[in-house]
Ligand binder design. Structure first.
Ligand code: NDP
Ligand code: DGY
Length: 335
């Protein structure tokens, strides 16, 4: 662990892009210690590193719960997460202690939506299988039905969670010729008008009405992980999908019951799935989902463009400084 200087103490649970480090090191407000690695901080080191800290900059892989907050002690004023998702933060405990929270909404929306569309197309048009066949000699000739998949033109797309990212995904999908855009969430969204989005309060009321013609050809999950969405995509959910339908998840792995997804994919209940997020992360290399050709799994790279990660790092550093100084944070979570 590296430590330098004095002033207010902040602990960073990982190396972050230089755009963020530069802001912290030139602010003259804090001394920075960090877990100087690209790999997650071991729990014991986190508990040690956070002791006496005024600020904590963490990642989505760090579980920030009562134990960490107790280890930090009463100095802790601010937690800044290098993510828009905040399901790894025990907000009830954080609130009890009056700690402010910063996060990184908006700046990663485009990158994540772009990746989700790429994943949807790769899954629906079977790109990883095709690439593999070219390499392994499976490509014998042009064949009428070989490696056929499903297209977006004329399709119905269901989006679970038409928030910032869900909406950015919908905007990008419409020009492919999508006919109907359905979405679910807790409330209808005014911005849905831009994509002619049709709202269903509960996913089963709307995305899967009784007449299967109206079922979605593609279902994209872009909601936040909450107690309500945990395990939302389970056996009952998949059993209502068409068996030609493609399922895509770029929110959080825990929204999906992976055993039920495996069953749905291997039995032909649904056509294919593309996942940027899993439980756990990383997904063990011997996981059953990885044996399926109709399941495309990516290593949680939704926001992974150089510029996006640089901007996320800068924003999380600015959030941290705002919290330390008791001034505005550019993106403070209100909870
Ligand atoms: P937003 O808060 O803008 O959107 C979240 C959406 O989830 C809201 O529209 C909300 O709808 C919806 N939602 C909440 N509860 C439910 C529910 N019960 N059923 C359906 N929808 C629900 O967040 P973002 O769009 O910025 O980010 C969404 C999530 O994407 C993040 O929380 C994170 O987990 C994930 N993410 C993943 C990335 C990756 O690398 N794969 C990158 C970035 C984010 P309502 O407003 O009606 O409650
Ligand atoms: C987030 O920000 O929540 C993503 O999962 C990673 O960018």
């Amino acid at each position: 662990m590296q430590t330098a200087g004095k002033l207010m103490k902040v602990f960073l649970t990982r190396r972050i892009p230089p755009e963020g480090m530069k802001i912290l090191s030139t602010a003259g407000v804090c001394e920075v210690s960090l877990w100087d690695s690209d790999e997650p901080v071991p729990r014991e080191e986190l508990l040690k590193g956070v002791q006496g800290a005024h600020g904590l900059l963490c990642l989505l892989s760090d579980k920030i719960d009562a134990e960490v907050l107790d280890a930090a002690g009463p100095n802790l004023k601010v937690i800044s997460t290098l993510s828009v998702g905040f399901d790894h933060l025990a907000l009830d405990e954080i609130k009890k202690r009056g700690i402010r929270v910063g996060y990184t909404p908006d700046v990663l929306t485009d990158a994540t939506a772009e990746l989700t569309v790429a994943l949807l197309l790769a899954t629906a048009r079977r790109l990883p299988e095709g690439v593999e066949e070219v390499k392994n000699g499976g490509w014998s000739s042009w064949k009428p039905l070989w490696l056929c998949g499903y297209g977006l033109s004329g399709s119905t797309v269901g989006v679970i969670g038409l928030g910032r990212i869900g909406m950015a995904i919908a905007r990008r999908l419409m020009p492919f010729g999508v006919k109907r855009l359905l979405y679910s969430g807790r409330t209808a969204k005014a911005h849905a008008a831009e994509v002619n989005g049709e709202f269903g309060l509960h996913i089963f009321d709307y995305l899967f009405p009784l007449f299967p013609l109206y079922s979605s050809d593609f279902i994209v999950v872009s909601c936040s992980l909450t107690p309500e969405t945990q395990g939302l995509c389970d056996k009952a959910f998949f059993s209502k999908m068409k068996n030609t339908a493609v399922f895509v998840n770029s929110s959080r792995g825990a929204v999906v019951n992976q055993e039920d997804l495996y069953e749905a994919l291997s039995s032909g209940q649904i056509a294919a799935a593309g996942l940027d997020v899993t439980t756990p992360e990383p997904l063990p290399t011997n996981h059953p989902l990885l044996t399926l050709k109709n399941c495309v799994v990516l290593p949680h790279i939704g926001s992974a463009t150089y510029s996006t990660r640089g901007i996320m790092a800068a924003l999380s550093a600015q959030n941290l400084l705002g919290g330390l100084q008791g001034t505005d944070m550019p993106s403070e979570l209100t909870y």
